[in-house]
Design a protein around this ligand. Structure first.
Ligand SMILES: [Zn+2]
Length: 82
């Protein structure tokens, strides 16, 4: 699974702006960069945003991902969580 450069860039922005909040090892809350009232829940390998839900439309056969999920990965890497 390799997200497109746009997703990777946004994930990095989310991570670096401190938008990722850890609730527990499998549950994270990621704040939207554009709307501070909005946040997304990343649980395990799933996110509840539209980008994740409709990922398959443009990327048939690939594991779904989104900038939030990728931001959580960066966060986990930085914390040494797998
Ligand atoms: Zn998402």
């Amino acid at each position: 699974m390799s997200p497109d450069p746009k997703t990777t860039k946004k994930a990095k922005e989310l991570f670096e702006s401190g938008s990722v909040n850890k609730l527990d090892n499998d549950t994270f809350q990621v704040k939207s960069l554009t709307d501070s009232e909005t946040s997304y829940d990343v649980v395990g390998k799933k996110c509840n945003c539209k980008g994740f839900k409709y990922f398959y439309v443009q990327h048939k056969g690939l594991d779904p991902t989104c900038s939030h999920l990728e931001a959580v990965k960066l966060f986990k890497d930085s914390q040494g969580i797998n």
